[in-house]
Design a protein around this ligand. Sequence first.
Ligand code: C5P
Length: 400
Amino acid sequence: MNSEPGLPGRSVVLGVSGGVAAYKSAELARLLVKEGARVRVVMTEAATHFIGAATFQAITGEPVWTDPWDVRMPNGMAHIDLTRDAQLLLIAPATADCIARLAHGRADDLLGMLCLARDATCALMVAPAMNRQMWEHPATRRNVATLAGDGVAIVGPAAGEQACGEVGQGRLVEPAQLLSAVLTHFTPKTMAGKRVLITAGPTAEPIDPVRVISNLSSGRMGYALADEAAKAGACVTLVSGPTALDTPYGVERVDVGSAQAMHEAVLRRLHECDVFISVAAVADYRPAVTSGQKIKKSADTLNIELVRNPDILADVAARADAPFCVGFAAESRDLDAYAQGKRAAKKLPLVVGNLVADGLGGADTQVVLYDAQGRHPLARAPKPAVARSILDHISKLMAD
Ligand code: C5P
């Protein structure tokens, strides 16, 4: 989703151990490089049976390291030097054997040595991948607990179909999600401890079993806010209407269809949130009745009676125990007047306004923030960058 590099100036050592999922590490290396990171790959001997060093060398533009006796480093000590200017050592995939060796502090291969020799400025993140029985084995559980106790970040594994044909937990977390974990690691935790509830996307108001009334909202702005808030350390719940977007890393997602379902889902979770950001393009009206059967075409015209939907944001903001509420106003004209009017009518500390021609459904947007101090226009930018500015503004208002 991000269109500006998120890791410029960062240096990552990517450790690859010998599992089938090693082929996914090539994609991970590509994503890290695309984000502007310097990536140096260290492979175990077993990993070289699954994927060639030349692949990583071509993707990263850096020599690949496997042998502890390799003397290409200026002082001939790859096991020390490789992590000295790196801020992160990420092992993906980390096999059961690799994890066991780390847990016991083994240093009989280059990757093991690096893990021991790294200093406090280089964090260690491990993405396990193995057969589900190996993952569930008490020995692996003990080893993973040991690593976690040593301050190692464990990402995954994911559940699903495995290379061996079995189904369960043990898949390597997908490269895009691993990249999110890395970006999260490097993002300052400006929202640590904050609980944020966000609505996003359109709603779908059923006419009959196959038809709905909906709108053109893509959900991208709400998802970008959820993603950026989670990266900044917030605990985020995303109540989402129908979208084609992936759930941001570390975000709890609740899928809903209609405005009424969204209303219920929000009210149920309200007691556990400090900030409510209402980005969803909630349908103002729904069909008065939903036909149980598919409506057949017969007459030349068809009238559908519509009734008002609950205003979720207004309901939340009116509560005595209301969290910090942020509204959105997408208007086709007179943005200042409508957005400020909405802020006053719904008693909101902040409204984010945009002209629909400037943002609805697209990757970029141009918004104006309206608060008690007045209007604060933001430059046109990709939605993740706009999301960060909005979250900064929210943090500032909450601190005041
Ligand atoms: O009044 P209007 O619909 O333009 O207000 C837009 C804001 O109110 C958005 O933040 C939207 O998410 C929220 N809203 C809502 N429930 C509705 C209609 C709008 O929460 N039924």
